[in-house]
Design a protein around this ligand. Structure first.
Ligand code: MOS
Length: 745
């Protein structure tokens, strides 16, 4: 590990997003924009029932419509080899049992694809899709969590174990206690870029796709499993992604349909979902009902917490997430029990949505902490400090690093917490009621495996290659920052190539892992480059060599402006170019795989969010005035993109707290607000001044840079901060998200 890593923020200006210009000028190419000759266009027809069977399908008029090249249904679909051996979707759902598109006549959810219409233009495919007629044998569907709670069951796959330490009922005997229920509706990711794919067969067993995915390797894996191709014969490209928030963390049936369609008509096929299909076919944050029981001693020491979450999954597959896990480690508390249950409903399978289960769970936990703080007549920060977990109470081992107390301090100062009143409804600004709230966030600081290839070219420029991609956080900028620091190269001398399985394998972009995973690989490959440069600088004839010094080590050298100098004597400098010339080399090329090692520490990022807002008592309108998000995420590698990441997270959760809610008409099992006019997300006018603060202290154990993830902790804890501020302003405790005006009148 380099001692003098990471860069001196005073010396260096933070790097601006290296692909920012490409993104705002249209030069960055997204999945559906790739120029592929001889392209056909597909459009999916969805079922109009939420459960049952297709009795008959009439595709004749669609097939005869102008420009139509084919209509694929379960009747004529090519046999997908991976589907023949899969588990039977008619059996109870289990994990990893994807919907087998066009496999048989079963319908599991409203708008499930029943046909793919392919034509020579998009408009003709869309027109012909309207001509497909289906008749169904309807069965009774279930789309409501609350009325199906009796069907709640333990997952069969991940998270099937209940958690307990101490006495599960411990909280019940506490001097002060609360028992409450919290509700989280379905939320839909709705990134700007629609789910889209171009699939092209380059031979009977050779395939190239451009698709919207957060991980080209994992997409290649899913395609390999479905079509039984050898991985070298599948190329998946996804350099740029127009947002995803988690929806790109798996391969969806529409992608399989497009590959099937391209095979059937013998032409490359483009399939882009309609916005309405983004609400029904590519996952969502599941509907979740949570129960919390929490008790403390009269002087504010937690005695026990019970946390149960019941969430929906689909009728054909199990999806689970870490909704209750945050309760297991967040506070020092002797008696903790958590339970997680699933209810199958007739929807597409849910998928992680930014902050995923942790954000849902933190809404319940951090709301409950606030409720108990009021019951104890304690400042909620003080209450948290009294129960601060100095070590991880779940695994009973130290944290790799934890600076949550600094977050409390920095954030409280910035939001003006001293002006907060303990008594709700006691601060006013004209007619408006003013309130302050806070919430804590945390997420595992993970590091996976990545391989990065570095090519230091004869002109002294550095090329870095990795298959990882970027849905917005600024992966290329982070990689540039790490390499720039390590090699002493200006950012404009560094080029990043990413987002294709043709490049060395990187992780998927999810779970806040990429900076830690890929940043470490960049760090390691640069360290190797420096060692090789030192070896070159040790060769005979090198000006660094003296009678006494026969070997120069990388740590004896200063790397700056594309050259090396001895630390002891910076006046003798050699550029990389000169070094290559002297040694008759065409640059240096190194490929390095990098992964973390097991550590005897619990590794988490932490965050603290403060909200100041106003509520109008007559209209129930909530106006957020100020958000302060403070993160303990180790070393901050790329300060500008990191701050944007935090701001984006806060904006997302303002939607979660105040607006987002997929409304389903349960008579038909169908979402009503399946468009961006009716499904409300925050717009500029809803977003206040958001201040982002970083503790910016290196974690000694997570990775060589000492960074921890940011993507999820930007969200986890913001929604309860809003709800807690609403209570502080109005005295009304809203436990059902979103906090719409009707709940405050
Ligand atoms: Mo994130 S929910 O890991 O894309």
């Amino acid at each position: 590990m380099d001692k003098d890593f990471f860069f001196d923020k005073k010396k260096n200006d933070p790097i601006s997003r290296v692909d920012g210009r490409a993104k705002v000028t249209g030069k960055a190419t997204y999945a559906a924009e790739h120029k592929v000759p001889n392209l056909a266009y597909g459009f999916l027809v969805g079922s109009t029932i939420a459960k049952g069977r297709i009795k008959s399908l009439d595709t004749k008029s669609a097939e005869r419509a102008p420009g139509v090249l084919g209509v694929i249904t379960h009747v004529n679909a090519p046999k997908i080899p991976g589907y023949q051996t899969g588990k039977d979707p008619a059996k109870p759902p289990t994990a990893g049992q994807p919907l087998r598109i066009f496999y048989d006549n079963q319908i599991f959810y409203y708008d499930q694809p029943i046909a793919l219409v392919i034509a020579d233009t998009y408009d003709r495919a869309l027109f012909a899709a309207k001509l497909v007629k289906a008749q169904y044998e309807k069965e009774v569907h279930q789309t409501e969590l609350e009325t199906n709670l009796s069907k709640a069951r333990i997952p069969t796959g991940p998270r099937k174990e209940d958690y307990k330490r101490g006495d599960a009922d411990g909280y019940k005997n506490a001097a002060v206690k609360i028992e409450q229920e919290y509700y989280h509706p379905v939320e839909v990711h709705n990134p700007m870029e629609l789910g889209s794919i171009i699939a092209r067969w380059d031979g009977p067993d050779k395939l190239t796709v451009y698709t919207k995915t957060q991980g080209v390797e994992s997409t290649r894996n899913s395609i390999k499993d479905a079509f039984k191709l050898s991985p070298e014969n599948i190329t998946v490209n996804a350099e740029h992604i127009g947002g995803a928030f988690g929806m790109g963390l798996r391969t969806w049936p529409y992608e399989i349909a497009a590959i099937m369609g391209a095979q059937k008509i013998g032409k490359p096929l483009k399939l882009a979902l309609h916005r309405e299909q983004m609400f029904t076919n590519v996952g969502y944050r599941p509907e979740t009902i949570q129960k919390i029981g929490m008790g403390a001693t009269a002087d504010g020491k937690l005695v026990g917490i019970f946390h149960e979450a019941t969430a929906n999954t689909s009728a054909y597959e199990e999806f689970t997430e870490a909704t209750v896990n945050i309760t297991q480690f967040m506070y020092a508390c002797p008696n903790v029990a958590t339970r997680y249950r699933l209810v199958p409903l007739n929807f597409v399978t849910p998928i992680w949505m930014r902050g995923p289960g942790e954000a849902t769970g933190a809404f319940a936990l951090e709301s409950a902490m606030d409720e108990l703080a009021y019951a104890l007549k304690l400042d909620p920060i003080e209450f948290r400090l009294r129960n601060h977990a100095d070590i991880d109470p779940e695994h009973n081992r130290p944290w790799s690093s934890k600076h949550l107390k600094e977050c409390y301090e920095m954030g409280a100062e910035k939001i003006g917490w001293k002006d907060r009143q303990l008594e709700p409804r006691s601060l006013k600004d004209g007619d408006w009621l003013v309130g302050y709230g806070m919430g804590t966030g945390s997420f595992g600081a993970m590091r996976w495996v990545a391989t990065v290839k570095a090519k230091l070219q004869p002109d002294g420029k550095l090329l870095l290659q990795c298959s990882v991609n970027d849905m917005g956080p600024g992966t290329a900028t982070m990689m540039t920052a790490v390499a720039s620091e390590a090699m002493g190269l200006a950012p404009d001398k560094i080029t990043i190539q990413m987002g294709s399985t043709k490049l060395p394998p990187g992780p998927m972009q999810g779970g806040s892992n990429v900076t830690s995973t890929v940043g470490s690989a960049v760090h390691d490959v640069c360290a190797e480059l420096k060692m090789q440069i030192a070896a070159l600088a040790s060769k005979e004839g090198s000006p660094f060599r003296t009678r006494k010094v026969k070997e120069v080590k990388a740590e004896d050298l200063v790397f700056s402006d594309g050259s090396v100098a001895l630390k002891k004597n910076e006046s003798t400098k050699i550029s990389f170019q000169d070094l290559f010339r002297r040694n008759n080399l065409q640059g240096l090329e190194i490929t390095k795989e990098s992964k973390g090692q097991e550590q005897p520490y619990s590794m988490y990022s932490f965050s603290m969010h403060f909200v100041k807002l106003r509520v109008h008592p007559a209209t129930g309108r909530v106006k957020i005035d100020h958000v302060v998000s403070c993160a303990d995420a180790g070393t901050i590698i790329s300060p500008k993109t990191a701050a944007s990441q935090m701001i984006g997270g806060a904006v997302g959760v303002i939607g979660m707290a105040l607006m987002e809610d997929l409304v389903v008409d349960h008579r038909f099992g169908r979402p009503i607000n399946n468009n961006l006019a009716d499904y409300h997300v925050p717009v500029n006018a809803d977003i206040p001044n958001i201040d982002v603060l970083f503790v910016n202290k290196k974690d000694p154990f997570t990775n060589p840079m000492g960074s921890k993830g940011l993507g999820e902790i930007a969200l986890v804890g913001v929604a309860p901060a809003v709800a807690n501020a609403v209570f502080n302003a109005t005295g009304k405790r809203i436990r059902t998200l979103p906090i719409t005006p009707d709940k405050l009148m």
